[in-house]
Design a protein around this ligand. Structure first.
Ligand SMILES: [Zn+2]
Length: 136
């Protein structure tokens, strides 16, 4: 990532605060419905399955696989690096989130690739849950 522009910053809501605060502790916190136990991401006020407004969070193992991905080549938008491998990660716990892949040539990314979260401080005040291929 370049220094030309700063990364867009997340806005912590009452629903996403635990997710973002977990970054600093090395925890990937995923929202869980207190009614039907469905995991969901991004965090929101209501369960899309049973419509319960009650929820808590779990700490994910941070392990999963690439469910889908795209490699962005153009147009280059600072501060991101290109080609930019953006993946939909399916966590082993069963929900999905969008993130960047690191430690792999974008040409080698494949659906099903096993990955693990890597909490990466991309700026002084921003830690992101990026994903790196598992080595074994
Ligand atoms: Zn529910």
């Amino acid at each position: 990532m370049t220094d030309a522009a700063s990364m867009p910053k997340p806005i912590a809501t009452s629903f996403s605060r635990e997710f973002w605060e977990g970054m600093g502790r090395g925890e990937l916190r995923i929202q869980r419905c207190a009614g039907c136990k469905l995991l969901r991401h991004p965090p929101g006020p209501m369960c899309p399955h049973c419509h319960s407004l009650d929820w808590d969070t779990i700490v994910s193992s941070g392990r999963g696989h690439v469910f889908s991905f795209v490699v962005v080549h153009h147009p280059p938008v600072p501060p991101f690096s290109y080609p930019n491998a953006i993946a939909l990660i399916e966590l082993d716990e069963g929900t999905r989130l969008v993130s960047n892949l690191v430690g792999i040539d974008p040409a080698d990314v494949a659906i099903g690739l096993r990955v693990r979260v890597e909490f990466t401080r991309v700026e002084d005040d921003l830690v992101l849950p990026l994903f790196r291929p598992e080595t074994s």
